[in-house]
Structure formats: C-alpha cells, structure tokens
Design a binder for this molecule. Sequence first.
Ligand code: GLN
Length: 242
Amino acid sequence: MKPLTIVHLFPELLNLYGDGGNVIALRRRCEWRGIPVDVREVGMDDAMDFAHADIVFIGGGADREQLIVKDAMMGRKAELRSYVADGGVLLAVCGGYQFLGHHYTMGDTVVEGLGIVDMETVRGEGRLIGNAAIATDISDVPVVGFENHGGRTNLGAGVQPFGRTLGSTHGNNGSDGGEGVRQGNLIGTYLHGPLLPKNPHVTDHLIARALERRGDACELAPLDDAVELAANRIMAQRIGVA
Ligand code: GLN
C-alpha cells in the first residue's frame, strides 16, 4: 500500500502542550495495522506540495507564535483551501484552529485567516482554561483534552461544531455550548492533551477518512485500546462526566 502521507505544518512554532503527539498517534495507529506512513514536517521556508498529502495537521500556538507564522500561513492559503475543498483531511488545534476562520482579532491587531471555515475569533477578557470534555458523533465516549485560550470563536450560521461541551468545559466561546468545528473531512478544536492519544476514535476517524478519500479500503482492523480508553476515562472522571 502507498504510504499515508501526514503533513505537519510549521511544527517548530505551532506545537503547544505536546500537540506534535497527535502526529505520533496517527503514525502508530497506522503502523500497528501495517499501513505505511510518511510524515513530512513543513517549516515556514519549506516548499510544500499538498497533492500527495493525506492528512494535514496544524498545532496550537500562543498569540506570539501566531503572529510569527501568519505570513507563511497566508502564503499557503490558496493551496490549503483547495486541499480542503477537494476533501483533504485536516486536523487543526487551538491556534491552528483559529487560523481556519476569517480573522483572529487580538485587540487592535487583526490577523487574517485562511477563510476555510465561516467563523471569527476575537480575544476576550481573561482566558478559558481547564480540563475539557465534549460529546461528539465520532466517539461513543467523551472526547477529552485540555483547553487554554484567550480567543473566543463564533461559528457562522449552519456551521457545525466538532462537539457539545460537557461539565465545566468552555468550548468555542464559553457560552454557546459548541466546541471546535467539523466540516467535511476537517476537524478544528481547542483541545490539547495532545488530543489524539486519549481519543482513539477520533484518530481512527481521521485515518479512515484519509484512506477512503484515496480509494483504499477504510475498514480499520480493531486495536487493543485498553490503555488509551483508561486514560480517556480518568480525564472524564476528573471533570465529572464519566
Ligand atoms: N493564541 C490563542 C489564544 O490564546 C491560541 C492559544 C493556544 O493555541 N492554546 O486564543
């Protein structure tokens, strides 16, 4: 089988709270099933060809890193938009997620976004911090993680969140009960952790969509998820939702 190509965008700057662990989880869950994987780390000055990408990952970054990376990100705007429009699988976390919208406004500074999702983010008073859990269509157990963001994200009319907040989870804006976004084969979320090791259903969802898109059989062999699900359950218990 042709290797599954995972493109990790700007790992030197967008890699908060171990977000790079998401790439490790994707790689391992493929390799445990005998699916070869090719991870390409794409730095700000690297040329990038999305034609062979199967999964693109963009991690989180503090406001400072977002300002450093924004021009390089916008330099890829057209390519990223057409990759997603073509059904490309994309996972974006926190700072990376905020880039998917029209803008991220921090006080007087307005950072242009990729405009892939109809959404706006504005930095608010104080930060939304804590362990987090959401209910999604993808996983029959809560998707768990950790959130820490100053930005409040509002999705446009008809845009679906990734999940619904559980317990004390703040989610996109602390008020509407939505967390992240799910649009076609794209998932954006505020959840760090990193997200995927403790949420194997989400990892497998991304892998299956990527295989399906390129016409490979996407029925994934089951794995022993005892450790992953124990970690998930402990987080869910900590937030009082399990
Ligand atoms: N800089 C963004 C915010 O604070 C994202 C932070 C993050 O990636 N955790 O809203």
